[in-house]
Ligand binder design. Sequence first.
Ligand code: GUN
Length: 288
Amino acid sequence: MAATILDGKAFAAKVRERVAGHVARLRQDHGITPGLAVVLVGEDPASQVYVRSKGKQTGEAGMNSYEHRLDADTSEADLLALIAQLNADPEVHGILVQLPLPDHLDSDLVINSIDPAKDVDGFHISNVGLLGTGQKSMVPCTPLGCLMLLRDHHGSLSGMNAVVLGRSNIVGKPMAQLLLGDSCTVTIAHSRTKDLPEVCRRADILVAAVGRPEMVPGDWVKPGATVIDVGINRIDAGEGKTRLVGDCDFASCSEVAGAITPVPGGVGPMTIACLLANTTTACCRANG
Ligand code: GUN
């Protein structure tokens, strides 16, 4: 039987609607407008697309969007000075520095210079520690979006075997923490994992976040499992065209899985919706 398609696009629209309602009430009742500052260093084409989309959706939700585009050769001191200025600005409730940064900049140092209360990406070491110890934190947007899709489909995730394929700080590790928090039995698998297909076949929930186009074939998927595909890979489609594919081979995986996210239209739209939700949360916390 064909898998249920987990429609992230429709779900994200509902989340954005809820956020927009919250933003309108904050403005009406308290005269406050949440503000998100996005910092882009350099001209990475994919990052430019994401940043444009973030700015547009922030505005559509009724929030203030502040975009800072810096040259690729911006010094670390100048970037840190901008972040210090944003940290001190009461109109800015969320700060996001788009990654990857150019090689001459120390990403850890830059991320850890953001006020943790404004770290709407949830990448600051304080937020990582809070999440790891089950305390209230800013939760990274992509894993949070995946968790929302999973909870919406399954209700409780308690006792399920979850395999997270990929160990990045942005997705793999926080995803594993969130699934553990929902009482899954969690395995983080990666490029050095032995018998990777066999490990994946044990998963009731398989989250693929490796950034390798169509790496997961249908015969790595347990029949009836839920597959969350975080990959967004642009591949050559011939005749000078390109197309977007995930980390899973959708055609074969969707024949075996019970439910699956498509690419595009699955996890991607959830990320920005969660960013808007995190910014509103940061604004509420800042204003008591
Ligand atoms: N680059 C790819 N994904 C992300 C993300 O979620 N946040 C930031 N800041 N940069 C990214």
